[in-house]
Design a protein around this ligand. Structure first.
Ligand code: FMN
Length: 202
């Protein structure tokens, strides 16, 4: 684990295969608590976390998500064999992950505006704030020697996620994290050069 902060931040990578080892609840609590130190618009802290460590809720979630996924893939015109193999992969990722965390957003304490433009901006602020907690969660996990990956399935199937987990109406699923002890090495990653992504304004 790098001790230099820059090296530490640069060494976080997405991991999608985990050892079948449970994660201690105190460690998970500490990770989530650190995630809640993220900055947020108006300090509204719109992030919410649904934590799944037991097989039954993971199975429930994976089955409901798979039903939606099947509908989408069939509408895309994929062959049945391809649909079946993608569904198996999707279900096994959820069920094999030692920990699944659904990051939700609750906008009930955000500002309310009469016009569409500012309502949209306010919604974006909540999304951006929730994402801050998402990255902070991944970095806190990394600090504990754990690995994770951010996945976006819940954005496509928010209602199924809510119903599978009986989430409050105001919780809007944003992302699903798989978390555990790494059982793979990440592939090389090429970063875009700064010359392409930074404009130094004169
Ligand atoms: C908003 C967001 C959505 C993502 N969705 C997925 C996903 O659905 N499935 C997946 O395997 N990885 C997903 N990722 C992980 C990215 O693929 C990964 O961060 C990227 O390839 C860079 O690799 P690194 O995290 O190892 O640096 C997502 C990441 C972000 C930030």
């Amino acid at each position: 684990m790098p001790t230099n902060l820059h090296e530490f931040l640069r060494s976080r990578r997405s991991i999608r295969r985990f050892k079948p080892i449970a994660v201690n609840t105190d460690i998970l609590t500490r990770i989530i608590e650190t995630a809640t130190h993220a900055p947020s618009a108006h300090n509204c802290q719109p992030w919410r976390f649904a934590v799944l460590t037991k097989p039954e809720p993971k199975l429930r979630l994976s089955e409901l998500l798979a039903a939606d996924f099947r509908r989408d893939l069939a509408a895309d015109g994929l062959a049945e064999a391809e649909i079946e193999s993608r569904l198996i992969r999707s279900k096994s990722r959820i069920n094999a992950a030692p920990v699944v965390i659904i990051l939700c957003m609750d906008t009930s304490e955000m500002d309310i505006y009469p016009d569409k433009k500012r309502r949209h901006a306010e919604q974006m602020m909540a999304v951006q704030s929730a994402a801050q907690a998402g990255l902070q969660l991944q970095l806190a996990a990394h600090a504990e020697g754990l690995s994770s990956v951010w996945t976006c399935g819940p954005l496509f199937t928010p209602d199924s996620v809510k119903s599978a987990l009986s989430l409050a109406d105001s919780w809007q699923p944003q992302a699903m994290f798989f978390l555990g002890y790494a059982d793979e090495s990440p592939k090389e990653k090429t970063l875009k050069p700064l010359t392409e992504i930074v404009q130094w304004i004169a």
